[in-house]
Design a protein around this ligand. Sequence first.
Ligand code: ZN
Ligand code: ZN
Length: 369
Amino acid sequence: MFEAPKAWSSQSMKAAQIEGVRGRISVADIRVPEPGPDDALIRVVASGICRSDWHLWNGDWEWVGMKLQPGAVLGHEIGGIVEAVGANVTSVRRGQRVTVPFNLACGHCHHCARGEQNICDNAAVPHLIPGSGGWAQYMRAPNANLNCIPLPEGVDELTAAALGCRYMTAWRAIQGRGALRGGESVAVFGCGGVGQAAIEIAASLGGRVIAVDVDDAKLARAREIGAHRVVNAHGLAPEKVGETVRRITERDAGVDLAVDALGSVATVHGALHALRKGGRLSQVGLTSQAEKGVVAIPMDMIVLRELEIRGSLGNPQSEYEDLLGLVASKRLNPTALVSRTVSLNDVESVLHDMDAFKTSGYVVITDFN
Ligand SMILES: [Zn+2]
Ligand SMILES: [Zn+2]
């Protein structure tokens, strides 16, 4: 349902375009999309560079139907200002500050009606629709009445870029699908972008947080933002990592909730082995080339310990209000996870840094010239 814009304006804009899988990324002048009747055109003020973008640049996720087209403009973590709206758009107006979830939704399917816009039957991601990628001076938000979310006072565009997608994804993984209650223990596997957000959110909701990673610097950061304990999994088999986590929970029982923020054989297994009986795994990380979507799981253990695995994808449009409220009131501070602001010209080097997991926290484009 979400297609390329019907028309392109004669005006041009700067955008960071990808040549193809693992190809060069260069800033080019391309045409500004023309908003259709249901669309908004947004002037991008801040735009994140995310591991999802890195995955697409690597040709990952073709196994779930996401294919990188040559000339693609990625970027799906956006804070901006509405520049123009189509005739049918009533929920936002020109000049309003907004964010756009990466899970674009139709608003009329079975799941949208149930408030599950993140698994909309007609879902699309902006960065695979021409003219809707965020690594550009302007982007088109389709179905803007649902997909443009106004930012309250106290939430600026940089914060909005930090919110989406990693922070809002962590919000759903912890508070929504993870159903974390105060006093419960939670182990977060992978302390990159989503993981750091998950740690901060879980701690602020009263969870006892154990952070797991292979990088001491990331674990030190995890402590700063609310992790009570940390486990360095470097060189350990997943069963051993799980056992180490269980050992630091009450009665060695294991954690109530595990969040796999990375998506690998090692983290899925480590997380399952860390759970208490009846515990739940909130699976956020999608896999990479090594797994191509398939991870064998210890099914007998899942039966014998009555474990649950819950997939968690993005965050429904209808679940933004509480999250934005907590951010506006400074109970959550996603901007603190922004480690660096860069220009459009820096995208390629940031993606290369991600090859070696060298980036920490959120890198956000704020210079579009
Ligand atoms: Zn829908
Ligand atoms: Zn993202």
